[in-house]
Design a protein around this ligand. Structure first.
Ligand SMILES: Cc1cc2nc3c(=O)[nH]c(=O)nc-3n(C[C@H](O)[C@H](O)[C@H](O)COP(=O)(O)OP(=O)(O)OC[C@H]3O[C@@H](n4cnc5c(N)ncnc54)[C@H](O)[C@@H]3O)c2cc1C
Ligand code: SF4
Ligand code: SF4
Length: 322
């Protein structure tokens, strides 16, 4: 049975940053359930126009590059059983048994799965995109349809700030990624009209001036649509503006989805018997040797995730006595 000081579960930027920073301080092993490392951040795109919009994606790429070469890791495996024993944990995966003194859960979040909640989406979904789909299209350069669109609506807070659905929290990242996508689309296609439906704007943080410029380039409504209907030619948005129910027509709609705990985070909550917050995010038990960082504990952006992972590695280094 392999013995390590710290077992990091999850190979996104949180897990890679904490494992990289701990290299000199103890024996560290990282388990990632997918075939490759990097998590959600490596699926996101650079959103620069003629200037950098400070989205943090290249900082994430740097963490992944460093972790890829510097961290001992096993991909395609995840803890299946855990036994607490004196001085740590015995952990079984599909293929091996491990003993670890401390565990870090960095199992992350996923974009809100809008397809599982029909109340957020009506129609055939050919002209309704999630923000995550748009990020991936931008990354792969697949924006041909967008070149033909003359009007777009961005709908904010999809899967967040909805206490009735037990998703009352703010997902932190979606106002900022949406405004960066707006800036990028307007830079590529200056003729497009963009309407922006939101309650308010969370734009504090890196590059907020550029985000404010993007917010000024759109028509903003302080209201969220209550229904969308798609047909072959476009999408009708049903929304209450100034107390009156009204409908507007667009060539396409982008849903700015928030974050919920990943299925892997939810499984780890059960395995380690950890409490969960709204959205399934976990509350760690450091007093028992179970730590957590990154979006496994709640929505946060790339910069905050990396800072949190670095702080945690200091704390763990001190516990390991190095
Ligand atoms: C649409 C969208 C756009 C975004 N845009 C931006 C942006 O422009 N700027 C920004 O700063 N942030 C942005 N974010 C947020 C950013 O993606 C996160 O801050 C970042 O990915 C958090 O990293 P993480 O390591 O905590 O989690 P993740 O990236 O989710 O990584 C978790 C890793 O753990 C693995 N895992 C899960 N469960 C298990 C398990 N049980 N066993 C083993 N492995 C497991 C997963 O496979 C994954 O590799 C965006 C998010 C979304 C959804
Ligand atoms: S911070 Fe974002 S917008 Fe700026 S260069 Fe890096 S990836 Fe591109
Ligand atoms: S970041 Fe913006 S879009 Fe996302 S939940 Fe918060 S207020 Fe809504």
């Amino acid at each position: 049975m392999e013995r390590v000081d710290v077992l990091v579960v999850g190979g996104g930027i949180a897990g890679l940053a904490v494992a990289s920073a701990l290299q000199e301080k103890g024996d560290v092993l990282l388990l990632e359930e997918k075939a490759s490392l990097g998590g959600l951040a490596v699926e996101l795109s650079c959103k620069a126009t003629d200037r950098c919009l400070r989205c943090g994606v290249c900082r994430a790429a740097e963490v992944v590059r460093k972790g890829w070469f510097g961290v001992e890791n096993i991909t395609g495996e995840s803890p299946r059983a855990v036994v607490r024993e004196k001085g740590g944990f015995r952990i079984t995966t599909d293929r091996r048994e491990l003993a670890a003194r401390l565990v870090v859960l960095a199992t992350g979040a996923v974009p809100f799965p809008v397809e599982e909640f029909p109340q957020y989406l009506w129609g055939r979904k050919e002209r309704i995109f999630t923000g995550f789909e748009l990020e991936r299209r931008l990354k792969s350069g697949n924006l041909e349809e967008f070149a033909a669109f003359r009007s777009l609506a961005f709908v904010q807070c999809v899967g967040s700030r909805n206490a009735r659905k037990r998703l009352g929290y703010c997902s932190q990242v979606c106002c900022r990624y949406a405004l960066r996508l707006v800036a990028n689309l307007r830079f590529r296609f200056p003729e497009v009209r963009i309407d922006f439906y939101s309650m308010d704007l969370q734009v504090l943080g890196d590059g907020q001036e550029a985000l404010r410029d993007a917010a000024h380039s759109v028509f903003r409504y302080r209201s969220l649509p209550f229904a969308l209907q798609e047909d072959g030619d476009g999408v009708t948005v049903f929304v209450e503006v100034d107390g009156k129910a009204t409908k507007r027509r667009y060539d396409a709609v982008v849903l700015s989805v928030g974050l919920v705990a990943s299925p892997g985070t939810q499984r780890m909550a059960e395995l380690f018997r950890l409490p969960q917050r709204e959205g399934g995010f976990i509350v760690p038990h450091p007093q028992d040797g179970v730590f957590a960082c990154g979006t496994a504990t709640g929505p946060k952006d790339i910069t905050s995730t990396i800072c949190e992972a670095e702080r945690l590695s200091e704390e763990l280094g001190a516990l390991l006595g190095r």
